[in-house]
Design a binder for this molecule. Structure first.
Ligand SMILES: [Zn+2]
Length: 312
């Protein structure tokens, strides 16, 4: 009898510990944003210590242009001629270690606990700055395939207001061949809460096309913010900004949104965005606002160009 009850308590304890572990892992994973070559990874994940494991079935979304095969039987994946061992997770799904993925290609794995992001790059240091910006801005190798369209159509009123305001603020994108279009939600399946994205087309090093896509049913203040955010990315990219991680690039784009909205009288929208709980947006924005309060706008613009480092 005694033994039986011990068994029961023992089993119950083990079950309880397992339950804790599962919930612990889930809670940790849910808070995190994962980026692979600067594309957001939206498949299943779990953590083992600092290392994130990614659901293999989702990888084709981030390695669109690469040769990728998933071998369930051998429990490995083959990416651009490299074999990488996987492990089986729940429901027989295959998972690959983000660290193994990066190191197989001499890339970089970075878990930033403060911003709750993991950045995984499958290319080395030299190419990172260029490629990361290219991927983030949605160009990738596919940018070459974008047709060149003459953009004689004038910008929508909200967009021209944003462009004009940015010019007055000294963050001008007016000189670029801009086109702003509004799309319905079905075109925005790429990111969970994305309200905009943009594509660029180059002829050699010359930017010949920049198309900004914005969700079409946003109220005027949020629409203004979304356009300013995307054009903030454009300015960042065209001005050779040195920091390629999400925290800096999203934070900067949010900061441009903040500047434009406060200038145009959308102070509430601007204040609300400073409370964004997603670290790369909320904390990123607060970082740049803090930088600006200490070193003014010029300090911010010199910082992102790598010309100025604030004292620690
Ligand atoms: Zn963004």
């Amino acid at each position: 009898m005694r033994r039986k009850s011990f068994d029961f308590i023992g089993k119950f304890l083990i079950f309880f510990i397992l339950l804790l572990t599962l919930f612990g892992a889930a809670a940790q994973a849910e808070d995190y944003l994962i980026f692979v070559n600067n594309r957001e990874f939206l498949g299943d994940i779990f953590f083992k210590g600092d290392v994130v494991f990614l659901e293999c079935q989702w990888l084709p979304h981030v390695f669109k242009d690469q040769d990728l095969k998933i071998d369930n039987y051998a429990c490995e994946l083959l990416l651009d001629g490299k074999n990488i061992k996987c492990i089986k997770g729940g429901g027989g799904k295959l998972f690959v270690s983000g660290q193994a993925l990066a190191s197989s290609f001499g890339g970089k794995y970075k878990n930033n606990r403060e911003t709750k992001t993991v950045d995984i790059y499958t290319f080395g240091e030299k190419k990172r700055a260029i490629k990361a910006s290219a991927f983030r801005l949605n160009m990738g190798p596919e940018s070459a395939k974008i047709d060149i369209v003459a953009t004689s159509s004038p910008l929508p009123p909200t967009a021209s207001r944003v462009v004009y305001t940015m010019k007055n603020l000294g963050i001008s994108v007016e000189e670029y061949p801009l086109k702003v279009v509004f799309d319905d939600a079905s075109k925005f399946s790429r990111g969970k809460d994305s309200q905009g994205y943009f594509q660029m087309g180059f002829s050699g090093k010359k930017l010949i096309k920049c198309e900004v896509h914005i969700l079409n049913n946003l109220p005027e203040d949020a629409k203004t913010w979304a356009i300013a955010h995307e054009l903030g990315h454009l300015w960042y990219f065209m001005n050779g900004c040195v920091y390629t991680d999400q925290y800096h690039s999203e934070g900067f784009a949010e900061w441009v949104g903040y500047k434009v909205c406060t200038t145009l009288g959308y102070g509430n929208e601007a204040t609300m965005r400073t409370y964004n709980i997603v670290p790369v947006y909320g904390e990123g924005l607060r970082y740049y606002l803090d930088l600006e309060s200490k070193y003014f706008q010029n300090g911010v613009l010199q910082y992102v160009r790598g010309n100025f480092k604030p004292p620690q």
